[in-house]
Design a protein around this ligand. Structure first.
Ligand code: AMP
Ligand code: ZN
Length: 106
């Protein structure tokens, strides 16, 4: 997806304040944070939304969710945090590359 902003972040083509990266996942701070700490977890491989995932995405989805508490703790949210996945225009999704919001106050 050449015009996808999160694909460009995953590829390092536009800057982001990354908090984590591996072969399949990138996490970076939200540019418009809703709390003291607010980062997004995305798969490197483009998928439009949660509603576009299939059984082939099971491992990727598990990896995103299992990383959330680990990275949240590293970012100072050991006491707890919120997660959110906005899906579709009716769900408030603005960037159509699957992402998990992780946010909370220290
Ligand atoms: P959503 O409504 O779930 O699609 O939210 C998209 C989120 O991406 C919003 O919270 C934006 O602030 C965030 N966002 C958009 N562009 C960037 C960017 N270049 N770097 C970091 N976060 C971004
Ligand atoms: Zn993308």
């Amino acid at each position: 997806m050449s015009d996808c902003i999160f694909c460009k972040i995953a590829a390092g083509q536009i800057p982001a304040r990354k908090v984590y990266e591996d072969d399949a996942v990138v996490a970076f701070h939200d540019i418009n944070p809703a709390a003291d700490v607010h980062f997004l977890l995305i798969p490197k491989q483009h998928v439009d939304s949660l509603a576009h995932c299939t059984a082939e995405d099971e491992a990727m989805l598990g990896r995103l969710l299992l990383l959330a508490p680990k990275l949240a703790a590293e970012q100072g949210l050991a006491a707890g945090f919120k997660t959110g996945i906005n899906t579709g225009r009716g769900g408030g999704q603005e960037v159509f590359h699957l992402h998990v919001h992780v946010y909370g106050n220290r």
